[in-house]
Design a protein around this ligand. Sequence first.
Ligand code: ZN
Length: 235
Amino acid sequence: MFFYYSKSINEDLIRGQEGVILVLVLLESLGDMMICERCKTPTTPAQDLYHFVECGLEIVYLRSCKLYLCRTCGAKYPLLPLGDSGFYMAIAEALTSKPYALTGEEFRFLWNYLSLAVRENERLGKLIGFHNRDLFKLNDLSSPEAFIASASAKTNDDVLINALLDDEVRQCVARYIGLNDFSDMKKFEKVVALPVSVDAKLRELVAAIVTDKKFHCQIEFNERDEMTICVEMPR
Ligand SMILES: [Zn+2]
């Protein structure tokens, strides 16, 4: 498993796109001597709880996450298993066990997860009627060096094809959950509660494709009865 340090807070991170590459190179060259980006003092390797807002959800925490800790300002720089599809699968599955309606933000996380998962998950492609899985250009995850080489070698055509395929996946997901197209999905992006039928279909789809149980998640509720997801990170 390969851990990638990241700092960009956007969905590109989930989707393993170009945004994270430079940061990854930085980590490779610094080794254990990472300098805090906020206060420019050296950080130390540690394992701690990490509030994983980069995934696009406020409710996800990584327990015993390997990270670089700045003891001067408290900043944490996590090492994330972005190349491991089981990682996001675990969060997606935990999310769909929520005992009340999914929010628009959670919906957005799930559709992003599904468009990533379809690259590797044949069953998902079949379920939603997406047949062009083999056209996606995948990053080579066999080593950090291979990842950098393959991710930076993408031509403009590759990027365009991936974007077109992404759109198609989203259309397929939209139809599967009973909507006309992706623009209908966008309407729910900000809602506090998804319509019951859409919510149910989405959960059904995620449940049907979960195979990897490597990452264990714990569901907890705070005093306001809000759910949090704690992912146990590998030691
Ligand atoms: Zn600092």
